[in-house]
Design a protein around this ligand. Structure first.
Ligand SMILES: [Zn+2]
Length: 89
């Protein structure tokens, strides 16, 4: 199977968001702790120099991240599958 020449490209914005989330997942799961840790990942908000805090909610399995400077925050669900997919060839 070949990839068509007109195959839609993933927008750069989506790619950058994806790698941001992957970094957070890596960081949050490394400690496997419910206590927020400083991931030292630069916040994505424009002009914000905060570094993102992330914690793993062991009950729901969600990763909760937040920028303490601007309040930009989010939830990552189903990251286990995303992570698992990444390890497959
Ligand atoms: Zn921020």
């Amino acid at each position: 199977m070949t990839t068509p020449a007109n195959w839609p490209r993933c927008p750069p914005e989506a790619r950058s968001l994806a790698s941001f989330l992957v970094l957070i997942i890596d960081n949050a799961t490394e400690g496997c702790s419910e206590v927020s840790r400083d991931t030292e990942i630069r916040c994505r908000a424009e002009g914000c120099k905060g570094s993102v805090l992330a914690r793993l909610d062991l009950e729901t399995g969600e990763i909760v991240w937040e920028c303490p400077v601007c309040g930009h925050h989010g939830l990552i669900r189903n990251w286990q599958k995303a992570k698992w997919d990444r390890t497959e060839p």
